[in-house]
Design a protein. Structure first.
Ligand code: FMN
Length: 190
């Protein structure tokens, strides 16, 4: 069932770092992103697979983890992602990819979950630093980063409280709780 896959497709931020993800695996995910829907069928997205220690360190040092977890700076050594995919807009093809990158990212993550992996989308990215370090051409704009790995955390969905607090949090055992608004709250019944 697609819903089971979507339920499992949580944001994971701690991984079994020893589980490596190969370039070939990343290319399989990108190959799925490549055939995703695209506004106007422009297909202006490009993807950089990052799997070497050097590139993984560059990405790790230029993304911001879990803004709501104030006392946690990101995964410690041993729990870092196995790989990343940088999603870019090729402005030489189109200046506006609409929401193509969201669709592509979800398809990558669902494919990863189906293989027992998981990950996290990053909008909070030090784009200038990564672009400079990778000598990206002026036509390439970083839209997001996707971290991937073998998840090492328990993520629990719960109903958001009536006060509307949607901050995710962890308990003492490290379980990660994510409040979701109710069906009633999100449907506008006309
Ligand atoms: C567009 C987008 C950008 C995000 N950016 C970040 C980010 O920069 N850093 C981070 O730790 N999580 C990021 N997330 C993960 C969200 O915090 C996460 O989706 C949310 O807490 C709900 O958890 P869930 O994905 O398990 O439902 C992002 C998610 C989306 C969809």
């Amino acid at each position: 069932m697609v819903k089971d896959l979507i339920l499992k497709n949580r944001t994971y931020r701690r991984f079994y770092q020893e589980h490596k993800i190969s370039k070939e695996e990343l290319l399989e995910f990108i190959d799925i992103a490549r055939i995703s829907s695209s506004g106007g069928n422009h297909q202006s997205l490009k993807y950089i697979p990052c799997y070497t220690e050097e590139h993984k360190a560059l990405i790790f040092n230029n993304i911001k983890w879990a803004g709501y977890l104030k006392d946690w700076d990101g995964p410690e050594e041993g729990e870092k992602p196995g790989a990343y995919i940088i999603v870019l807009q090729d402005k030489s093809i189109s200046n506006n990819c609409l929401w193509d990158h969201g669709i592509a990212a979800v398809n990558i993550l669902l494919s990863a979950v189906e293989k027992g992996l998981g990950g996290c989308m990053f909008g909070s990215v030090n784009r200038d630093q990564i672009s400079r370090s990778l000598n990206l051409g002026d036509n390439l704009e970083i839209l997001m980063v996707i971290a991937l790995g073998k998840p090492k955390e328990n993520v629990v969905l719960k109903d958001a409280e009536s006060d509307g607090d949607i901050n995710y949090y962890r308990d003492k055992e490290g379980n990660h709780y994510v409040p979701k608004r109710s069906l009633k709250e999100v449907v506008i019944d006309i």
